[in-house]
Design a protein. Structure first.
Length: 156
């Protein structure tokens, strides 16, 4: 079919992210999971740590690779010759935000965006919410792959 890019901050990668990776892997010849690098943002995990976690999670999928990008996503898509951007949507507010970005990305470069609705069991999960709960001592193991959960607890 084609090469797709699944971008995000993945700080940390959740079971919802892993679900999108698995589904995209089944739908596309190649998938590049692209961890965004923005020095202006405070993250719990450095880019290298996020790439290492994502690489471990993507290992079962032979057609998935992991990279980082800085700058415009569409420039990264051109660099890796990707025709499609994959975005997981949890809610209508995600759609409202992502639709404008998808339209702009298409206008700038012709790269299309495919929206994948999250599985219902992941619809309320976000990396930010998981970090907040974990920092306050709440249980987050149900929302994270086991290896990521271990690394999150080590960070705290």
């Amino acid at each position: 079919m084609s090469r797709a890019v699944f971008p995000g901050t993945f700080d940390p990668p959740t079971n919802g992210h892993l679900d999108v990776i698995a589904r995209a892997s089944a739908a596309f010849t190649e998938v590049v999971v692209a961890a965004g690098v923005n020095p202006a943002k405070q993250r719990m995990f450095e880019a290298g740590e996020r790439v290492a976690m994502l690489t471990e999670l993507a290992a079962p999928y032979g057609n998935v690779t992991v990279a980082t990008f800085d700058g415009l996503l569409v420039d990264f898509c051109r660099t890796v010759d990707a025709q499609v951007i994959i975005k997981g949507l949890r809610s209508g507010s995600d759609y409202d935000y992502e639709l404008r970005m998808a339209q702009m990305n298409r206008r700038l470069t012709g790269v299309d965006t495919l929206f994948l609705p999250t599985a219902p069991e992941h619809g309320y999960v976000s990396s930010s919410l998981v970090k907040e709960i974990a920092k306050l001592g709440g249980p987050v193991d149900a929302f994270l792959p086991p290896a990521v959960h271990t690394k999150l607890l080590a960070k705290l």
